[in-house]
Design a protein around this ligand. Sequence first.
Ligand SMILES: [Zn+2]
Ligand SMILES: [Zn+2]
Length: 168
Amino acid sequence: MDTQTSRLEGILQRLRARGFRITPQRLAIVRLALADARHPSVEELYESIRRDFPTTSLATVYKTLTLLREMGEVNVVDGCQGVAHYDGLDPSPHAHLICLRCGRIADLALPALDNLRQTVAQGIAGWKLSQGPNFYGICPRCRGQEPAGEAKDHLADDSSVTRGRANE
Ligand SMILES: [Zn+2]
Ligand SMILES: [Zn+2]
């Protein structure tokens, strides 16, 4: 069992323990929420789920995300237009790059930012930090520097700013 599968199994067990019935469509929502690297909004997840489960309601998607968020398995990133985006692939606090034009959100891995978060956390006893810091700008796709056909939904394969790569 790989890490992602065992993580899913653990989460499903905890959901069942909370009395949450795992229907096929709810399973699909959980799976997607944990695997979608785009930092999707609730509407984007809803659109993806409806391809396989056309009868899914927006309320079901929202309720499932809220539960996952309460369990600490999904974080919310504030997009640039006041839209909440869900980050389930990596629920640990981290920094993001957000495109002001298309709203695309990418993970930003810089050890200096982790240190900054720690420093801030130590200086604000009693507070719980949410996601961030966030940096805003115009992404390469919107600047015309990335061919539309090769555009990625996230930067997991990009070289410079990808989570993890910065440590190589
Ligand atoms: Zn963009
Ligand atoms: Zn993220």
